[in-house]
Design a protein around this ligand. Structure first.
Ligand code: SAH
Ligand code: SF4
Ligand code: F3S
Length: 453
């Protein structure tokens, strides 16, 4: 069916939401939707939301304020608009969204995306407001259409793609909403993942990042009926011709299994980079967070990783100002950061989330203290990132080129360590892994010269 209707999707939050937005767009493409560049030109506006911190959730409501004006202008021009809120705010707040934002026609939780086209049609044809936030029995992944040959509405076939292999979390860290918004841990079967990976590779994808809230807890059904681990899946996917690189995120320190260390040692397609959140360097705070690991447990995991893969680049997530965090606890976090040395890191002020156990702890840390601690921590992390990047200057690194740069004649790709790398180069290098000599480094990226034959 030719594209007569347009959809505008805005994505907040984590990589899983980026992946989900692609799947939603592909599901809608089957019903004639093409991608709109602006909300003004769209019959359907989807906000794919994030609930992880208060700021993330509040952004949605400020966006809905602007969308209300767009919908009104379109109405005056005689055009209909359906406004849908998807993602983790949808799951967490459900009908509250409908009550708070009259502009919204449809609220759809992450487990119901295979029903998005049908629910949009019903919201429109029955002109009623729909809330769908159940955790249905049927498998969303099995009911979504197979992957499209290109990104819908474009000719783009990106070199790197996300692929969700596991969703949900049973860990219940006391600060976190994810177990409530994404549900219980679920691993997709190996055969379904391999089929999807093969279709993405046929589309031109050369690198896959396997996604899950606890991706290293992956335990999907293998083709032989036995349970397959993440390492087993990585080794299976590495057999796909044309797939050159594999990554996975996000992992939990307690789920780093023997065979995963072995994969980091032996599997050439597995890139030397690991995002492994530790959240806090204080054992007292880690216990209050229900992380079920100590700072020493984390040290031991890193030690083992570095033994099998000495050049591995490490990334992490850290929370400052968790309830009752003292100066001493925070100093333990700084000390752990100094000791390990990260190539990259994401750090956040603790944000109390409704319904989570930590939000009920009496001793909340004052905002000013959180701000000051975050600032001190980020100074250290930024210095470490710069140092890591500067260490690459003069070296040859293998870069997978993903897209044209901002200036004409420029290309941007990624090193094995996930650093963005800028070069001057012809578009024919896009989608290929090419050696680059690094000539300069900043805190966030590298630049260099192609040294290809
Ligand atoms: N599944 C991932 C994390 C998902 S959320 C994991 O388990 O590591 C990404 C990061 O957001 C977390 O690692 C944590 O550092 C941060 N985060 C989660 N809840 C938060 C909260 N209530 N306040 C501040 N940061 C939070
Ligand atoms: Fe949230 Fe903890 Fe689960 Fe990560 S492991 S998603 S931080 S509950
Ligand atoms: Fe946000 Fe949901 Fe991802 S809360 S971080 S979009 S899993």
């Amino acid at each position: 069916m030719p594209g007569t209707k347009k959809v505008f999707v805005k994505t907040f939050g984590c990589q899983m939401n980026v992946y989900d937005s692609e799947r939603m767009t592909e599901a809608l493409a089957q019903y004639g939707y093409t991608v709109a560049d602006t909300p003004e030109s769209a019959e359907l506006i989807v906000l794919n939301t994030c609930h992880i911190r208060e700021k993330a959730a509040e952004k949605v409501y400020s966006d809905l304020g602007r969308i209300r004006e767009v919908k009104e202008e379109r109405r005056q021009a005689g055009k209909n608009t359906v406004v849908a809120v998807a993602g983790c705010v949808a799951q967490a707040e459900g009908s509250e969204i409908i009550a708070r934002a009259p502009v919204v026609d449809l609220v759809i939780g992450p487990q119901s995306y295979h029903r998005l086209p049908e629910l949009v049609f019903r919201a429109q044809s029955e002109s009623r407001r729909i809330v769908e936030v159940a955790f249905p029995e049927e498998d969303k992944f099995a009911n979504l259409p197979a992957r499209a040959a290109t990104v819908p509405g474009t000719q783009i076939a990106p070199a790197s793609a996300f692929l969700t292999i596991q969703e949900g979390c049973d860990k219940f860290c006391t600060f976190c909403v994810v177990p409530y918004t994404r549900g219980m841990e679920y691993s997709r079967p190996v055969a379904a993942i391999v089929a999807e990976a093969e279709s993405l590779v046929a589309r031109g994808v050369r690198e896959l990042t396997l996604l899950g809230q606890n991706v290293n807890a992956y335990h999907g059904e293998g083709p032989d009926g036995a349970t397959c681990s993440l390492a087993g899946l990585i080794n299976r996917l590495a057999e796909i011709d044309g797939l050159e690189r594999l990554r996975y995120t996000t992992s939990h320190p307690n789920d780093m299994s023997e065979d995963l260390f072995a994969a980091h040692r032996d599997q050439e397609k597995l890139m030397p980079y690991l995002h492994l959140p530790f959240q806090s360097g204080s054992d007292r705070i880690l216990a209050a967070m229900n992380r079920k690991h100590t700072a020493d447990d984390y040290r031991r995991v890193i030690e083992r990783l570095r033994k099998v893969r000495p050049d591995i680049a490490l990334s992490t997530d850290i929370i400052v100002g968790f309830p009752s965090e003292t100066q001493e606890d925070f100093d333990a976090t700084l000390a752990l950061v100094e000791e390990i040395g990260f190539a990259q890191a994401f750090s956040f002020k603790y944000s109390a989330r409704p319904g989570t156990p930590a939000a009920k702890i009496a001793e909340q840390v004052p905002e000013g203290v959180k701000t000051e601690r975050l600032h001190r921590l980020q100074e250290r992390l930024e210095a470490q990132a710069s140092r890591f990047n500067e260490g690459c200057v003069g070296k040859i690194v293998q870069v997978l080129f993903e897209r044209p740069g901002r200036q004409a004649g420029q290309l941007v790709g990624r090193s094995p360590y996930l650093q963005p790398v800028h070069v001057e180069g012809a578009p024919e290098y896009l989608g290929r892994v090419i050696p680059v000599e690094i000539s300069a480094a900043g805190m966030k990226s590298l630049s260099g010269v192609i040294r290809a034959a």
